[in-house]
Design a protein around this ligand. Sequence first.
Ligand code: BGC
Length: 373
Amino acid sequence: MKRSPVWLILLVVSLLMAATFLVGCNPEEGGDDKVTGSVGIVLPTKEEPRWIQDETRFNDLLTEAGYEVEILFSEGDSAKEKENVESLITKGIEVLIICPHDASAAAAAAETAREAGVKVIAYDRLILDTEAVDYYVTFDSIAVGEAQGQYLVDKAEGSGNPLYLYAGGAFDNNAFLFFEGAWNVLQPKIADGTFVIKNSSEAVALQDKATLTRDEMGKIIGQVTTNWDFGDAKSLAEAHLTAASAADKGDVFILAPNDGTARAIADAFAADKDITSYVITGQDAEKASIQYIIDGKQSMTVLKDVRTLVKDAIEAAIAFLEGKTPGATTAYNNGVIDVPAEPSEVITVDADNVKEVIIDSGYWDAKDFTGLE
Ligand code: BGC
């Protein structure tokens, strides 16, 4: 019997629909396949627990949703980062979620992605000096610095308290935002004599200025940068302690930019016989620092709930895949354009609330720690 062409077309169409359904459906998870293969993630380094946290949280959420997304690490090297981006483009991604190692150097990778028609989401760290950034998923980094500064202010009594300042890597735009936030809170308390800066002549020279330009911050950061490196943080702290007199020690206050560097700096200060006590900041709620807080070796950390950041990043990626624009409440200037963003809030954690904020909330498991009450 001769079939009419209409039957043939209907048959082909239904076969195609069935095939599409089978490919798209994930029987185990019930996830939808929009993200699978369409999104690539690039993180800066495996050397710091912070980015392993992000990898783990991405995997948790993606597995739960039934997505498969490739996560590549750049080994703290901009050339490797660009290779990673190129390899993801070759694999056909439509959205790139990237946390740059070096804010300005990453512009080239972002532009390559843009030229290939890929949407670029800057993750946690902004990419500077390029138009090729579509969205920025971030925490409120100024608020992180302000929380650190406020903690030191709240713990200080009287006047003349020795203050030691440390900063993140100048290649990371966040290092400036954290420092700016801390300076907002600390500067009035330096100006009124509560604190006396002990380890940066540039900061002393600028201590009467409430607001610093980027160049001015750059000068201070240049003297007190840890490069986000634990080894550098340790040697810098040791050098400062060697240079300082016993009178510059005693009960001291230390602005440390994140948890990894805080532990290194805290260890150096704890080993100095002229240090009677220290209050030291941090951020990231890394497991090792939660233990340090329980043990009284680090004073505080700032919880930036990575689960929220990861969720925001995936939602932004899906919005782009659907041809929509992710929501924004503000924008960050990257030197060329204002990049839309919706920054997430942060929480101060110390010995008083660590159990409630970190353990009871399910952020980390109690079994990973000792000495919890
Ligand atoms: C991140 C911090 C992190 C630091 C070092 C910053 O950009 O916001 O959470 O500790 O980089 O990797």
